[in-house]
Design a protein. Sequence first.
Length: 640
Amino acid sequence: MPRRDDISTILIIGSGPIVIGQGCEFDYSGTQACKALREEGYRVVLVNSNPATIMTDPGFSDRTYIEPITPEAVERIIEKEKALGTPIDAVLPTLGGQTALNCACALFDRGILQRHGIAMIGADRQIIHRAEDREAFRRIVEGLGLRQPKARTVTTLEDGRAFLEEIGLPAIIRPAFTLGGTGGGIAYNREEFDEIMRRGLAASMIGQVLIDQSVLGWKEYELEVVRDRNDNCIIVCGIENIDAMGVHTGDSITVAPIQTLTDKEYQRMRDAAFAIMRAVGVETGGSNVQFAVNPKDGEMVIVEMNPRVSRSSALASKATGFPIARIAAKLAVGYSLDELRNDITGTTSACFEPSIDYVVVKIPRWTFEKFPEADETLTTQMKSVGEGMAMGRTFKEALQKAIRSMEVKRFGFGLDRNDKWLAAWRAAKAAGVPFGKGMPTDALAGLEMADGSKLAWPIPPETLHRKLSVPGQGRLYFVRYALKEGMPAQQVCSLTGYDPWFVDQLAQLVEFEDTLLAFPSLEALPRETLLAAKQMGYSDAQLAQVYLGDITPDTVLAVRAHRKSLGIEPAYKLVDTCAAEFEAATPYYYSTYESGFSASPGAPLRVDDEIRVSDRKKVVILGGGPNRIGQGIEFDYCCC
């Protein structure tokens, strides 16, 4: 379909200040939309109250208003534009998070958009209602023959208490029209239920909460879906949450592509996502559909749908190279997927579902150290303030790279300065005390670490059980300690809710550490073992800690020099959306380590490096890393 010529000026509503649950991902989507619409010849008016965002830079829109994102302020902007002779024809509310969506709904409900003849594009008021109103969405899902957890929408505490009598505890409470699970939570007793209910009703724009029967411990998945007016539907990316249901997806470690579903299960989920998109009516953009799967019998239920670009959309875009926000903006003005070009390849259309031949891991970044009194337990209300993402050829490599990217003084899954087990291993070795799984620990009682402090090993069983069963920011590392102490993998799965596949991957890292420690020095480490370590994501810093006793610039450089002397260097691979089926035109890379191959018998080994080197002079720009308290989107703005 051709682009719409009946509109010329489009209002984009931004997401406002960064808050927990709504970060710079919406600046990313808004910036993409501004660029996409302007290159189509539309006049773009932007309203956003956050001066640190990229999208508020004068070059991204034709007119920018730094104003509060409230119906009253936006109405004044609409009237101002009309008075200047440049009336707004349409508003695009799906790229500014829940803030923009709620503001656009309020403008429609008050009749402001209708009075000024402004259309809602991307998603109209009815679509937003069907997706965001918990009861309306439930009717749609059940009408499709799909299931949701037994639930009821209520608007009073008394109605909530009455439904609690039917489903029992624990109960999950989710307010309508909120972002990041704001106001919601899991109630394990009646006091918590009343407290969360009051909080949720106050947080909801329409004073409505959904009370769900508990599906705690079920596996959680997300699909990023895009649909156009011609009913072309594609899955941009499937995302799996390592943490089970009960932890907000923004607080969960996630991996793409999905690792633990069979093809039949994935296709069933894919069909359900398409059916929901069609029934809700989203036909000009992207949406996020979330599922829960019972690990015991494979039963699948629908958790919720976001009829807009979401936090996961930004992750999916970076994971695949498919610019969801850019495509969504162009679909909103009339294009269909087959008419839009894939900018990565330059030859294929946006109808092609991305195919990836690598693994992406995202880890949330919390800042609990800034708030010592805060409850660190992770629930359905998001608490992280940023996140880091990494790519690798395997899950193990991507996980260790993602841990390093968090900038929390960890260089991987283990074997660094924070490693209590490594400190105990060293102390036992120095004292000649047997150490390992199943070994008596009495002899460790009088030992000290190298700095003279008391040995923090073994970890008491009650502490391990609590750290594994209660979701928190450090649970991943206590999984390692549990495996080190000999806890069966099945018990780890039972306590954490992690899928056995992920626990097995972590166990492989734990076992490989024993292989590394079996060699007395870096020089004694065989080349193939060192290469295997790099392929599993171990950093030079971790190897320096193991073989040179500490992580300093000198020891890390020494490991690097030794590695390079053995011809072990990273190769750079393209993120091309098509698993190398077509040539990529956009230079978007990740590093990995690969075994060399020989082009002919006797020829030297080489690796397939996809990086393209130009003759131009180069400048390296270092970004600011994950958002945290005191460091936000302003550094992203500076780098751009």
